[in-house]
Write a protein that binds this ligand. Structure first.
Ligand code: URA
Length: 239
């Protein structure tokens, strides 16, 4: 339970309602807390305990938010602004919450599925090697994919810097000898790029398309976000 201002609560819990909209709703007597009209938007409430309704509809408290982002190139998976914009810049105001962060990193030039949340515990579990969450990537290479890569991946590749990869899977893409899918249960720095470099090849395009059973929504355009339900994200850990 958390104590916060009523306008913050409303804008944080309702899609498409800004802080300013919430103040207006209070002024117009559209906001009730525990059945009583609250005109003053400075009023503090106990989120998770007090019953809030707006325009006659209950506004349930969701402590955490889970967002699927289809990351484009050029954005970094960080919360701190540096030379390049962070993925947080792509989150629309109605989904933005204080404390959200990307659960796992993609390189600046990698595209695809990134999960953003303010649920540190779930993110930690998802990234922990204990849960073996498998990520699927679509990869395009400079030179054709070779049959012998399958065995090399299965055995665990030795990559530059002396890191040994966990066994990984590779799947061919029919009718494109330069493309493949790679399945990893870990996420070392530039891992896929380094794996293919170790095989004298080079990644020219990389996109993450699944985290466990959670697949990137095919209708989600590059740079766009989609709110997910807690139960759909939690499923990643139990599959
Ligand atoms: N492997 C890479 O090399 N880069 C990514 O962004 C993800 C996996």
């Amino acid at each position: 339970m958390e104590i916060m201002r009523i306008d913050k609560y409303i804008s944080g819990q309702m899609n498409g309602i800004s802080r300013k909209d919430a103040k207006t709703l209070c002024r117009k007597n559209e906001v009730l807390v525990n059945g009583s009209v609250v005109k003053n938007s400075n009023k503090k409430i106990i989120a998770g305990k007090d019953i809030v309704s707006v325009c006659g509809e209950n506004v349930a408290y969701k402590k955490y938010i889970y967002i699927m982002l289809n990351k484009p190139k050029g954005f970094v998976c960080s919360t701190k602004d540096g030379k390049s914009p962070t993925v947080l810049k792509l989150v629309p105001p109605e989904l933005y919450r204080e404390g959200i962060f990307p659960a796992g990193r993609l390189d600046k030039d990698t595209e695809g599925l990134v999960l953003l949340t303010n649920d540190g515990e779930l993110a930690h579990k998802m990234l922990s090697p204990k849960y073996h969450v498998e990520k699927k990537y679509y990869v395009e290479l400079k030179f054709p994919v070779q049959e012998y890569y399958v065995a090399k991946f299965e055995k665990g590749l030795l990559i530059d810097g002396g890191d040994v990869c966990l066994p990984a899977r590779i799947e061919f893409v029919p009718e494109n000898q330069y493309a493949c899918y790679v399945y990893l249960k870990e996420g070392m720095y530039h891992q896929i790029k380094r794996m293919f470099n170790a095989l004298s090849n080079e990644v020219v395009f990389l996109k993450r398309i699944c985290i466990g059973s959670l697949a990137l929504d095919q209708n989600l355009a590059s740079g766009m976000c989609l709110e997910l339900l807690h139960k759909d994200v939690e499923k990643i850990l139990s599959d």
